[in-house]
Structures are given as structure tokens and as C-alpha cells.
Design a protein around this ligand. Structure first.
Ligand SMILES: [Zn+2]
Length: 95
């Protein structure tokens, strides 16, 4: 799995989970069954999110797991390669 794909999936499920969670809280006041399903959906989304964090959020080049700041990192903090292209970055600007 590509790092970029995993990152987008994690982000997607995280947002879906939060949306479900908020929707469940909003519908909870009515005591409706919808809040129950939304709550279950939220938990499902969070589990999927964690699954993709564990399964996909690692450097494709050195295999180290990247969890901290994984959604903003562009370069692997361990081997300093670009997470999508594999280009070596050494701080020096090269064309
Ligand atoms: Zn790496």
C-alpha cells in the first residue's frame, strides 16, 4: 500500500468517524435508534482508521512506522527520503 493512499484513507475515516460521532451526539437527545447506529458507525470508522495507521502508515523505503505528524510529513524522518517519490533529501537544495 502506498503511503499516500494509506494517509488519505486514515484521514477519510477519521473525518467520517468524527462526523458520525457528532451526528450521534446530536441525535441522541431524541432517543432515536439512529444515534445508536451512528455511534456504531463512528466506532467502525475509528477502527478502520487505526487499522490503516498500523497497516499503511510506514515509510515505503525503510519500513519504519510513521505515526507522529504522519498527516503532514512529506519526508521520512528516519531515512530522509520523500515518502512518495523516494528522492533523497539532505537539506541541500538540488534541482
Ligand atoms: Zn524511511
Amino acid at each position: 500500500m502506498k503511503f499516500e493512499t494509506a494517509k488519505n484513507l486514515v484521514k477519510g475515516f477519521l473525518i467520517a468517524g468524527i462526523v458520525c460521532c457528532v451526528a450521534a451526539m446530536l441525535t441522541n437527545t431524541n432517543g432515536s435508534i439512529a444515534s445508536y447506529y451512528l455511534g456504531m458507525g463512528a466506532i467502525g470508522c475509528i477502527i478502520m482508521c487505526l487499522f490503516f495507521v498500523v497497516a499503511g502508515l510506514k515509510c515505503p523505503w525503510c519500513g519504519k512506522r510513521i505515526i507522529r505528524r504522519c498527516l503532514v510529513l512529506k519526508v521520512c524522518p528516519y531515512c530522509h527520503r520523500d515518502l512518495t517519490t523516494g528522492e533523497k533529501k539532505k537539506g541541500k537544495k538540488s534541482k
